[in-house]
Write a protein that binds this ligand. Structure first.
Ligand code: SAM
Length: 252
């Protein structure tokens, strides 16, 4: 029986499962890590393609099932919360995949943004509405903190639309599969990533307010003038690069 608190909606649509595995197209020796294997909808076809698969799962009953079904040399099971999991402990050049529990998807994406150097790519099933926010451009109503932070760290590609009927139980919302590829370190030009992240959070604290209000005590009028950014703009008017410029100005 699916557990609501663990965001369990199991994939049952073989066409979608096949499309996800084809999108990943793993080589036998790739280091693939699945987050939330559940009953194994993606796990089993992935195991046919790779020599060894890592999974991170929080539900002990599902872990017991997986252990019974698959030999430990082929399937490495990491029991625990993906939000607290140290992905670097598995290795590098990782390929992450998951039909993510919707209740933790946003914090998990922020958590994973710090593993750019260990990760080759990620393929995630998310709420379509979350993917819309991830890929939104400045000026769009969906453009916000998630867009800025993820577009700073990753190249994003919307891959597959997935209707509710593809899952059991069917969620109330549409889903989509998205690919995230970490940007090369030389493109990550915020001098102080922590300051960049807290600046973006402050800027979007109240998205209808002007930047002058949201950044009160952080950036004064002289700072706005030096950067050539009007303090009367709203947070959604600035591009990712503008936020980097402000953060770097503050880190000087
Ligand atoms: N991959 C399976 C599928 O596609 O049918 C299951 C997907 S289901 C949407 C989400 C899975 O993530 C469940 O197996 C759930 O137990 C697991 N999960 C939920 N919260 C988790 C967490 N914090 N860390 C790791 N796994 C979690």
């Amino acid at each position: 029986v699916a557990r609501k608190r663990f965001g369990q909606n199991f994939l049952v649509d073989q066409g979608i499962i096949g499309a996800i595995v084809s999108a990943i197209n793993p080589a036998r020796t790739d280091s693939v890590v699945e987050i939330g294997p559940g009953l194994g909808a993606i796990t089993v076809p992935l195991l046919e393609r790779v020599d060894r698969l890592h999974v991170v799962e929080i539900d002990r009953d599902l872990i017991a099932r997986l252990k019974k079904q698959h030999p430990a040399e082929r399937l490495s099971i990491h029991e625990g919360d993906a939000l607290a999991f140290d992905f670097a402990s598995i290795g590098s050049d990782l390929r992450l995949v998951g039909n993510l529990p919707y209740n933790i998807s946003t914090p998990l994406l922020f958590h994973l943004a710090s593993y750019g150097r260990q990760v080759r790519d990620m393929h995630f099933m998310l709420q379509k509405e979350v993917v819309e926010r991830m890929v939104a451009e400045p000026g769009n109503a969906d453009y916000g903190r998630l867009s800025v932070m993820l577009q700073y760290s990753f190249w994003l590609e919307w891959l597959i639309d997935v209707p509710p009927e593809s899952f059991d139980p069917a969620p109330k919302v549409d889903s989509a599969v998205v690919r995230l590829i970490p940007k090369a370190p030389e493109l990550l030009n915020a001098r102080d990533p922590v300051r960049f992240s807290s600046l973006v959070q402050a800027a979007f604290a109240q998205r209808r307010k002007m930047l002058r209000n949201n950044l009160k005590g952080i950036l004064d009028d002289a700072g706005f003038a030096a950067l050539g950014i009007a303090p009367t703009l709203r947070p959604e008017d600035l591009e990712v690069g503008d936020y980097v410029r402000i953060a770097n100005y503050l880190s000087k």
